[in-house]
Design a protein around this ligand. Structure first.
Ligand SMILES: Nc1ncnc2c1ncn2[C@@H]1O[C@H](COP(=O)(O)OP(=O)(O)OP(=O)(O)O)[C@@H](O)[C@H]1O
Length: 307
């Protein structure tokens, strides 16, 4: 990856989720959930299966309308806006399942990400008028910069469908960057990846945050990744927020451990058990005392608000 790509936009504002409830018929998928994604931070949304993470993402990106509550991005109220209006505020999203056009090249997929920013009209573009050609050249240059940033510079002409899974996931993230976002919503960015692919994606997420200052909200089941990347973790269980705080505190929160163990007991395959916050901490070494601390740090904001 190169450091040549700079964001166009201003610093991101905070994303403030307040008391959001979503009901589907008789089921309450989100129950008064609130948290804040601080500007330029990486915030992880975790929880056992069915906890409400995807529902929350769908509310934030305008796919679902909250039954009640508010989501503010700076001065803008997002509640009730359709997805294209949310995107226009500088909020871009990737999906659990790759949503790229496999027959198109990496370049063309990234150009699709520029669509919202394209000013030349349909007729001008169709007639290849100079104004449209100039604009296309500018977007093409920007796409090349973003591709280089994401380690895709040599693959611009390759059809996406021919690329390995982990690289396609990076193309998807690069396409989200092409929207010039101030907030990125990443839905399980390393799901289904092997170890090397996970490391590459983690490196890209760190670069996005450190080089570009873009805020990131991610849903992820890979607890090692969450513990390494996130500044703040919000934990959902049965649609309720049960904890918000720094990863090393959340992993020791008794309610969080209970929620994951409860999910493991419900899951006969035991997948959730392998992903308990505590075990993830052991994998990453973040349960070891740091800075001379001698034990578990107290003070997870259980049911309260993060800084
Ligand atoms: N469109 C919908 N209609 C009805 N119920 C829904 C709908 N979407 C989600 N649900 C229900 O809402 C609850 C929360 O689901 P959600 O998909 O948000 O959980 P999740 O934390 O993302 O789970 P996973 O980790 O398995 O993806 C579940 O009980 C789910 O069945």
């Amino acid at each position: 990856m190169t450091g040549t790509y700079q964001p166009d936009g201003t610093a991101p504002p905070a994303l403030e989720v307040r008391d959001v409830t979503v009901r589907f018929a008789g089921l309450t998928a989100l129950d008064g959930v609130g948290f804040t994604v601080e500007p330029g931070s990486v915030h992880a949304l975790i929880g056992p299966n069915g906890a409400g993470k995807s529902t929350c993402f769908n509310v934030l990106s305008g796919v679902y309308r909250a039954t009640s509550g508010s989501v503010r991005f700076g001065d803008a109220e997002l509640t009730g806006l359709p997805p294209h209006r949310v995107a226009a505020l500088g909020i871009a999203r990737t999906f659990q399942n790759i949503a790229l056009s496999p027959h198109l090249s990496v370049r063309d997929n990234l150009m699709l990400g520029r669509h919202r920013l394209t000013r030349a009209g349909f007729v001008a573009a169709g007639l290849r008028l100079p104004s449209a050609r100039g604009e296309a050249a500018r977007h093409s240059g920007r796409v090349a910069e973003i591709a280089a940033f994401a380690g895709l510079a040599d693959l611009l002409d390759c059809p996406v469908g021919l690329l390995p899974y982990g690289v396609r996931k990076r193309v998807e993230l690069a396409r989200a960057l092409c929207v010039e976002p101030r907030l990125l919503l990443l839905d399980e960015p390393v799901a289904g990846m092997n170890g090397g692919e996970r490391r590459d994606m983690a490196g890209l997420i760190v670069a996005v945050r450190e080089s570009l200052g873009i805020s990131i909200l991610l849903v992820e089941h890979d607890m090692g990744m969450v513990m390494r990347l996130a500044d703040t973790v919000t934990v959902l269980d049965f649609g309720r927020r049960i904890a918000t705080g720094p990863p090393e505190r959340v992993q020791d929160d008794p309610e969080v451990v209970r929620a994951y163990l409860g999910a493991a007991a419900r899951d006969s395959a035991g997948d959730a058990a392998r992903g308990t916050a505590r075990e993830a901490a052991r994998e990453t070494g973040r349960d070891r005392p740091r800075d001379g601390a001698t034990g578990t740090a107290p003070g997870v904001a259980s049911g309260g608000e993060s800084a």
